[in-house]
Design a protein around this ligand. Structure first.
Ligand SMILES: Cc1cc2nc3c(=O)[nH]c(=O)nc-3n(C[C@H](O)[C@H](O)[C@H](O)COP(=O)(O)OP(=O)(O)OC[C@H]3O[C@@H](n4cnc5c(N)ncnc54)[C@H](O)[C@@H]3O)c2cc1C
Length: 398
């Protein structure tokens, strides 16, 4: 007999898990929700990233989007816990005159939203972070950011889902291989473990969201291919109990480097030389996670030793003690970059029953809870917590 579901979430990374959590909350205990991943839960990008929970104050929309998401992270910690949630705040560090000019700008952006970030003098900086170099020319501390361990967090979201709906079915190692349609309407998905009849599916496949979308039939998509491209990042982590820092740190130039739409060809065919701005995260085991580089080069996950070396040198410039900390592992993760720099959260307008939650680039951990909530709110027709207009996937339909 064919299995049936009210909704199938395809992709069990942090975004798919957040969607499952909020669907379970809003659809209630009788809904049949199935989440399938072709690998382990949170085994792809969400296992190869950093865990900075970041509020971005660039404008009112982005501030509300990130700030609300961080409030949902705090709520998850309170209700379920168990994912190394560490609200350290974030320390933005300057090194050049250009960086220094960014400090009052960022501080004012937070103030414009009624929030607070403090400019620290050398004495205050040394008190907060004694492991930093003593010649750092400027620093801004924002108390609202934090750090999590994303793999554990994905598990916590599924536990939160099951608290609302004990029958949520979680299927790792269960790829979705096909989609059955009746005209433009979804009626079932085929998985490695059989067919599931359903009229609602969520594509939360991260960098593979375009491949999954193609199963629905390219001719119905209206766009040539879903505009999400992998953007590689190289990371290094030290052993335990050697971190010279205890706050989430980042070069303030990270803001110029990381956010918004890139000017480089994202397909990986454009010879992107890549770039870096250092981001250092204390781990609860006393280790330090160091990133972060960005480069478009398709799905290639070979370590770019030269780029990584450059970010490690930047880490040493700010926290000299890191030079004595043994690096125990290095790896590459692929950020799901959408071509306009915004995620896709909502219905795909030309296919009845297809919803998308993907394309969060370097903010997917921060934004997972609000993404899950906004998608679930759209599905049940509830008032939205944050205006979703800039994230509606229909913007890419010709
Ligand atoms: C180096 C690096 C550093 C980062 N640092 C941060 C940070 O500090 N803060 C932050 O907020 N964000 C950060 N990010 C971004 C964040 O990691 C991503 O945005 C986020 O993990 C994307 O999650 P996802 O669920 O969309 O994708 P994924 O975690 O990749 O999940 C997609 C899932 O879909 C599954 N899938 C694919 N095809 C199928 C199929 N046919 N059937 C079933 N399942 C399928 C895959 O197996 C995978 O598990 C970083 C990313 C990188 C690479």
């Amino acid at each position: 007999m064919t299995e049936t579901a009210d909704i199938v979430v395809i992709g069990g990374g942090i975004v798919g898990c957040a969607v499952t959590w909020h669907l379970a909350q809003l659809l209630g205990p009788s809904a049949r929700i199935v989440v399938c991943d072709r690998g382990p839960i949170a085994g792809a990008t969400s296992a190869s990233c950093m865990g900075h929970l970041m509020v971005t104050p660039d404008n009112a929309q982005e501030y509300a989007f990130t700030k609300k998401s961080l409030a949902l992270w705090a709520e998850l910690h309170e209700k379920v816990g168990g994912f190394d949630y560490n609200p350290t705040g974030a320390l933005y560090l300057a090194d050049t005159d250009e960086d220094l000019a960014l400090i009052p700008v960022l501080r004012q952006q937070f103030a414009d939203h009624g929030d607070r970030a403090d400019v620290l003098d050398r004495h205050q900086l040394a008190q907060l972070e004694p492991g930093l170099a003593d010649d750092i020319p400027g620093a801004l501390f924002y108390p609202g950011d934090g750090v999590v361990l994303p793999m554990l967090a994905a598990g916590a979201m599924l536990r939160a889902a099951r608290l609302c709906n004990a029958s949520v079915a979680v299927r790792p190692m269960c790829a979705v291989t096909g989609v059955v349609r009746d005209g433009s309407r979804v009626v079932a998905v085929d998985t490695e473990r059989g067919r599931i009849s359903t009229n609602r599916v969520v594509n939360s496949c991260g960098v593979w969201a375009p491949d999954l979308a193609e199963l629905f039939g390219a001719e119905l998509c209206g766009a040539a291919r879903l505009p999400i491209h992998p953007r590689a990042g190289n990371l290094a982590i030290t052993g335990h109990h050697v971190s010279p820092i205890r706050t989430q740190l980042l070069e303030i130039s990270y803001l110029r480097f990381a956010h918004g739409a890139a000017k480089i060809d994202p397909t990986g065919n454009g010879g992107d030389p890549g770039g870096h701005a250092v981001n250092m995260q204390p781990q609860t085991n006393g280790g330090c996670l160091i990133g972060s580089t960005r480069q478009f080069r398709g799905f290639d996950k070979t370590l770019n030793r030269e780029l990584l070396h450059r970010s490690l040198l930047r880490a040493r410039r700010y926290a000299p003690g890191i030079a004595a900390a043994p690096i125990v592992r290095t790896w590459v993760g692929l950020r799901p970059y959408s071509t306009d720099g915004h995620p896709l959260i909502g219905p795909w307008p030309t296919i009845d029953g297809l919803w998308i939650a993907a394309g969060h680039e370097g903010l997917g951990i921060s934004l997972a809870p609000i993404t899950g909530r906004l998608l679930a709110q759209q599905i049940v027709g509830e008032t939205l917590d944050v205006d979703v207009t800039p994230y509606l996937p229909g913007r890419f339909v010709a």
